[in-house]
Every structure is written in structure tokens, then in C-alpha cells.
Ligand binder design. Structure first.
Ligand code: GLC
Length: 616
């Protein structure tokens, strides 16, 4: 007899939220992005909202990891996948009126999460072998087992224990349902109930099939954790049927919270997927090119729902009017170094060239080849302290800036990371042009890259501080906010050696970037530093990835290894792959099972810095 206790079963809450909201028949609500009560989303005519069907390419999986306290998740995270399966036979509005921010903000709002959980009740049916979970009198989840189940609803979590014999582990059937009546519950539940074997078998086979293809485990990582990271990146993949833009399967950043396709997220996903399967890695970028606008812009995000996009961005489209950090070319360069797939590149290159031109036409008012962000969300660093001053400046004199850019929400900033990425984009384009025999174009892009590099070195380095800063486009004055965005100069290989020496000093300073979870998104000596602040002090794995490879590029292998070890240890200890981490305690924060956090795989597996060949 083993007692299996699954603590802090967020998924139940997540599922509950999905079920509650998804069942309203309004697609935006089922994506973990529900903003009821907030002024910017009001759906006046839900009947006009198109609902696309979802099909997860992987239909749910049993997680089977030993030695980490999670002996086995019978009930599996993947009951939310069941929601989607069941959704096809469900529908009909329910009488629920949840106040406040749910979905995406549930995790940022623990009070609300507690409130939901408090209202959740369990009802045992057929003694203790099956029970149902309900919220405000509506049933959402039914669990059935051949064994006894103990359920406890706590203040902020649901705990349930299944007494079972693990050698005969597959006895719990999970069925997630959403309905207003018990009868409905029964009817919907019956599908999964009648086919438990099918569900179980399918899930198990898929997991086994998937995991049988993962590359051999490198040194320096626990076997289970390594498998788990692959599980994360492979199970965020989804297919949206009959969507006008999302025509190819793609990875959602997190199937719990971020259910659209994002530009820089997908670039990172593609880098990781390239260790698994060429087709998946190339496919991950395909929708982004479909989404490219006639003027050349590759948009920030592709929403599942036009309606939600309109509500948030006031634009009648599947995508906002912004782009996101151009990591795309970096990913394409990495794919090319690995696969040398000229056919793919031939198809993609014209898109990339048009995208670069878009930056020149629409994000470079002073035409100095230093590109500007005109919107904080466009930066990917949503609420970073980097944008505090530019936003204030814009508010004081918006007319002035509206004269420079058609749409703009902060004084334009020539950002250090953005320009490192633009430099790399141009280097990648030049290299690929050369490969395809387009030598004139290659020269043109080499020159552009050089101009960007020189601009960075001339305007963004601060000799006194020994650091790189963002600058205002209008006068090239420094915005003195110290962030690890500066370390992208190492990733791009454009910092001078003497500059790197000084950067590494900042990096290894415990009062700045060498915090418990390293590389906070704002230096710890900044008065605004908050170790739990979204882009104001939490640590993110993509920033660690850039920095790790930057250090390696300059031969700082030991520092790089220390950085990776520190990061990996904390992730392994909590057995998480979260969106971000509290930089002072290492506590996992944000969305669970987050795509680009699997970049640690790339740091473990790659031998030479990415783009080495292209930058040589
Ligand atoms: C948040 C992040 C952004 C990311 C998106 C999807 O908005 O700030 O950088 O692309 O989530 O993961």
C-alpha cells in the first residue's frame, strides 16, 4: 500500500477555470485568458464569436517519474486535455458569475485562487471510489478509481490521496466535465467512463512513443528531470483546426496559461525542438510567416480568437500591431547550421529580408540603423523598469511622438537587446544569401550589420559604469537601468573583450546579477528591484540562455557552467520548468510547464555556441 499525495494540484484549479470559462461557449475564455470585470474585454454578442476546435496533438499523458515525490500522477495534468475532448460534446451556458481576473491572472492572484478553491466541494459518490468536484453547485470534475480516495480541500489547494498498489497503477480514471446539471454531467462523463481503457492506452502509447525518441541524456542532469523537460516541450504542442492563420501545429508557451502562438517564444521552442526532430523545429516557425503582413512585419502574436485580439488591442485581426524581439533569425541560423536545408531557407529567406526592411521603414525614425521599440509589449519585457521613463516621457508629450510613428505608446527606445538581435538578423541574412549565391544582397546585409554594431558600440556603452544601456532614439541619451539585456552583446559577439571583462564583473556580483536564482531581470541594486516583479526582478531562462552562450563565445566557460548549474539545481530541486523564478529564493513563479524554459536542454546539449559558424 502506498499513499500518493499530490500537493498543490494547480491543474485542478486550472482545469476548473478552463471548464467554467470554456463552457460559456466563448473561445477566448477557454484559453486561460479571461478578463471579466476588466474594462477591456466585453463580449457583447457571444453568439458571433467563432469557436475553433482544438485538437491536442498529444492526447494526454501519464507522468511517471520516480524519486521526486511525484510517484505517479494518475489523475494527470492532462485532464485538461480531456476537457477539450469533452468540449466537443458539451456546450450550453452555465450560470456562473465569477468576478475578478481569472485564467491568466489566477496564478498572479493567489487570493482569487484561494477563493475558487474554497468554494470547491467534493462529493463522494459510490462510497470513496468516485467523487466529483463542484464549484458553486456545478460539477466539473469526476474522479473514479478502483481504490479508496481521500480528498481534502484546503485553503489554497486541493489534496487528494489515493491508496493504491503502484505495481497495478493505472486504476484511476479522470473525467473532467462542465455542465449545469447532474444529468448532463453523467452523460458527458460517460464517454470517458466507458472508454477509460482507450484513453489510458492512447495516452500511455503516445508518451512512450514520444519519449522513445528523445536524444540521449547528456551529463549533468538527472534522468527524470531531463525526461520531464522533454515532456514539457512536446506536450505544449497543439493543432487548431480551421484557423485562418494557425495552419500548422505549433507550441503554446504554456498549455495552462499562454494559449496562443508568440513570435519570440516560437523561435526559442524551435531551437529546443531542433534537438528532437527537424520537421517539428521547422514547422514551429511556419505560422509566423503565414502571419507576415504586406508591409513586412511579422507580428507579435497570433491569437486563437480574433475577438480577444480586438478586445485587447483594438484591432480587427488575429494579431496586434506590434512585433516582438526578433529572435526568429537566430533560430533560423541555428536550424541552418544544423540541417543545411537550403530548400527551406530558400523559401524563408525572402520573408526574413522583408521583415528586416520593415524594421528600417517603420522602427528607425532617425535612420541610423539602430532600431527602436515604440511599445513596451513589443519588447517582450512587458513591464520592465527599462520602460518607466520612456512611458512618462510619452505621456508628457504624446503629440511629438505620434508625429514620428503612427502608433506608439512610449518614447522610442533604441534597446540594447533589440539591436544585438537586429545585428544578428543581418549577419544571418548575409550568410544565408551567400549560401544561396546572392552575393550582392549578402554585401548589403553585411554593411547594415556593421552599421548597427558600430551604433551600439558608439552610443550604448557607458565607460564609467562599464555597462551597456538602452538609449532614447531622439538624443541617444542613456536610460540608466541595469538589466541583463546588456549581456546580449556577448551573445551577439559584438562586445569588445575589455567590455566583456567589465560585464562579467557585474554578472558575478551578488548585489547585482548573481542572485540565488541568477540574472534577475533588473539588477538587485536598483531601488525598483523586486525579486518577484514580472520583468522587474524575476529570473527567466531565455535571458540565462543568451548569457550562457555569450559567456561561452568569449571563452568564459567556467562562469557559464556555474550559471547553468545554479539554474539547473534550482529547477531540478523543485522539479519545475516554470515561466520564471523568484530571483532571491528560487521559488517557481508564473506559468507551469513553460516552453522556452526548456532552453536548459540546449545549454546541456550543444557543444559550440550557436551561430559560431555564421559569426566567424
Ligand atoms: C508574456 C511575456 C512575453 C512572452 C509571452 C508569452 O507576455 O512578457 O515576453 O512572449 O508572455 O510567453
Amino acid at each position: 500500500m502506498v499513499v500518493l499525495t499530490i500537493k498543490d494540484k494547480r491543474e485542478i484549479c486550472g482545469n476548473l477555470v478552463s471548464a467554467v470559462l470554456g463552457d460559456r461557449g466563448i473561445d477566448s475564455f477557454s484559453y486561460g485568458e479571461f478578463f471579466e470585470g476588466s474594462p477591456f474585454l466585453r463580449i457583447e454578442k457571444p453568439s458571433e464569436v467563432k469557436v475553433y476546435e482544438h485538437r491536442w496533438s498529444l492526447e494526454g499523458i501519464f507522468r511517471r517519474y520516480e524519486g521526486h515525490g511525484i510517484l505517479e500522477e494518475f489523475t494527470s495534468v492532462y485532464d485538461d486535455i480531456l476537457i477539450y475532448e469533452l468540449k466537443r460534446i458539451s456546450g450550453g451556458p452555465i450560470e456562473l458569475n465569477l468576478r475578478g481576473n481569472l485564467g491568466i491572472f489566477t496564478w498572479f492572484n493567489p487570493g482569487l485562487r484561494k477563493e475558487i478553491i474554497r468554494k470547491v466541494t467534493f462529493e463522494a459518490i459510490s462510497e470513496r471510489r468516485a467523487f466529483q468536484l463542484s464549484y458553486n453547485g456545478t460539477y466539473y470534475l469526476r474522479l473514479e478509481t478502483d481504490h479508496d480516495v481521500e480528498v481534502e480541500v484546503r485553503e489554497d489547494r486541493v489534496e487528494y490521496a489515493v491508496r493504491t498498489d503502484l505495481s497495478d497503477g493505472d486504476k484511476l480514471v479522470v473525467c473532467t466535465v462542465a455542465s449545469s446539471s447532474k444529468e448532463e454531467v453523467k452523460r458527458r462523463a460517460s464517454w470517458a467512463m466507458q472508454n477509460p481503457g482507450v484513453v489510458r492506452e492512447k495516452r500511455r502509447n503516445m508518451l512512450e512513443d514520444l519519449l522513445s525518441k528523445i536524444p540521449q541524456k547528456p551529463e549533468g542532469v538527472h534522468r527524470d528531470f531531463y525526461t520531464y523537460l522533454w515532456y514539457v516541450i512536446l506536450t505544449n504542442r497543439c493543432v487548431v483546426e480551421r484557423h485562418p492563420v494557425l495552419k500548422y501545429p505549433f507550441n503554446m508557451p504554456s498549455k495552462y496559461m499562454f494559449r496562443h502562438q508568440w513570435l519570440w517564444d516560437s523561435a526559442f521552442h524551435s531551437v529546443v525542438l531542433s534537438w528532437y526532430d527537424q520537421k517539428l523545429a521547422e514547422e514551429e516557425l511556419s505560422n509566423l510567416f503565414i502571419a507576415q503582413k504586406p508591409d513586412g512585419r511579422i507580428p507579435h502574436e497570433i491569437f486563437l480568437s480574433k475577438h480577444l485580439c480586438k478586445a485587447i488591442w483594438r484591432i480587427d485581426d488575429y494579431s496586434p500591431w506590434t512585433t516582438q524581439p526578433p529572435v526568429l533569425a537566430v533560430a533560423l541560423g541555428i536550424l541552418f547550421e544544423k540541417y543545411k536545408n537550403k530548400k527551406y531557407i530558400k523559401k524563408i529567406l525572402p520573408h526574413l529580408i522583408r521583415y528586416d526592411k520593415w524594421f528600417r521603414d517603420f522602427r528607425d525614425n532617425d535612420k541610423d540603423q539602430l532600431i527602436a521599440y515604440v511599445d513596451y509589449l513589443e519588447s517582450g519585457w512587458d513591464d520592465s523598469a527599462r520602460w518607466d521613463l520612456p512611458i512618462i516621457k510619452f505621456k508628457k508629450n504624446s503629440q511629438r511622438y505620434l508625429g514620428m510613428y503612427k502608433r506608439i505608446r512610449m518614447a522610442p527606445v533604441e534597446a540594447i537587446d533589440l539591436n544585438c538581435l537586429i545585428y544578428l538578423q543581418r549577419k544571418v541574412i548575409a550568410y544565408l544569401c551567400k549560401e544561396l549565391g546572392e552575393s550582392n544582397l549578402a554585401c548589403e546585409f553585411e554593411e547594415l550589420a556593421e552599421k548597427t554594431k558600430n551604433g551600439i558600440l558608439e552610443h550604448m556603452w557607458d565607460e564609467e559604469e562599464g555597462f551597456f544601456f538602452d538609449v532614447f532614439e531622439e538624443d541617444h541619451s542613456h536610460i540608466k537601468v541595469k538589466t541583463p539585456a546588456a549581456f546580449l552583446t556577448m551573445f551577439a559577439g559584438l562586445a569588445e573583450r575589455r567590455q566583456v571583462v567589465r560585464l562579467v564583473k557585474h554578472l558575478l556580483n551578488e548585489k547585482e546579477f548573481w542572485t540565488t536564482f541568477p540574472l534577475p531581470t533588473l539588477s538587485a541594486d536598483d531601488p525598483r528591484y523586486n525579486p518577484r516583479g514580472y520583468w522587474r526582478g524575476r529570473s527567466w531562462i531565455n535571458i540565462i540562455w543568451f548569457t550562457y552562450w555569450g559567456l561561452r563565445r568569449y571563452g568564459y566557460d567556467e562562469v557559464a557552467e556555474k550559471l547553468l548549474k545554479k539554474t539547473l539545481n534550482l529547477m531540478e530541486n523543485s522539479f519545475t520548468c516554470n515561466e520564471n523564478y523568484d530571483s532571491s529564493t528560487g521559488e517557481p513563479l508564473g506559468a507551469p510547464d513553460f516552453g522556452w524554459s526548456t532552453l536548459v536542454l540546449d545549454m546541456l546539449m550543444r557543444k559550440r555556441p550557436p551561430l559560431d559558424e555564421i559569426l566567424a
